[in-house]
Design a protein around this ligand. Sequence first.
Ligand SMILES: *Cc1c(COP(=O)(O)O)cnc(C)c1O
Length: 351
Amino acid sequence: MTSFNINDLVRENVKKLTPYSSARDEFSGEASIFLDANENCLGSPGIQWYNRYPDPHQTKIKKKLSAIKGVPVENIFIGNGSDECIDLLFRGFCNPGKDNVIICPPTYGMYQVSAEINDVEIKKVPLLDDFQLDLVHLENKVDDFTKIIWLCSPNNPTANSLNREDIEIVLNNFPGLVIIDEAYINFSRHRSFIQELGEYPNLVVLQTLSKAWGLAALRLGMAFASTDIIEVYNKIKPPYNVGQATQDIVLQALDNVENVNEMIRIIVQERELLREKLVALDQVEHVYPSDANFLLVKVTSARAAYNFLLTKGIVVRDRSNVQLCEGCLRITVGTPAENNSLINGLKEFKP
Ligand SMILES: *Cc1c(COP(=O)(O)O)cnc(C)c1O
């Protein structure tokens, strides 16, 4: 195994580039008259004033996140949703038309879409039948141009966590970046990899405020990684990638960790109740174990079941055409009332 060296991974053009220097970068001290950023001096129309550019480094949010997550500020990057954290890794590390990345389907669709947008080749190493990593094929697929291995745990849409030992084998043996997307980690029985950053210089952990924190509309994703990797992120990110309104609301929300923990407890409890009710239905063939806020459910005639539920005004995700998820629906855990409507809808469905 070749050892990890960030300089072998970062794109040459990124190494050479001079990042955009914003007005807020060039002056960030105390002053009373700001005539440096071409903002509108008169205010904003009819709302709270948003006429000034936001903090490009989201310092206040990072400080609060640092305390909540137990990760130093310099190991945190904040993106406009995880989607931006994903895209910037391609842009920073993968040469279009030359490098490749590995994904393990069935998994989150954005890794492939983002690769295609960036003209980066995707190699697929499907999960095994038990939705765990196929380490043998993974090793075989890696070549000199493989920059990133994308892992998602708990995985979307299969809902399970990947075996920790398997992830550790990948981290210890692959000299490129290993991304662990932990969008659903708060609903899992398993520990985050966020405390292992010191152990693995090639590790990037992605988390988001879109799921457990209930803030999907605000668009705030987080990447936790070595300072070397965070520096690449900061070098290539759009200067003001997180808006002021988002920063304001997130700062308030981050003071309510207990509230979030209570929501997680309720959703996990509802998930297990929903599982019991689903398992009891004739129309349901299997409910897979879940470490997330959704269930992967194998039903008879999945497409017809999906369409029938639509006639009742209930939208679930049809995953029946996805490899290894044949015949499955992905169902987000709803409120008790929503879950009851779903169960009643399915009861009426006659395949
Ligand atoms: C929902 C989800 C995200 C969240 O993306 P955001 O852009 O932060 O909303 C990330 N990864 C996975 C696997 C998801 O399912």
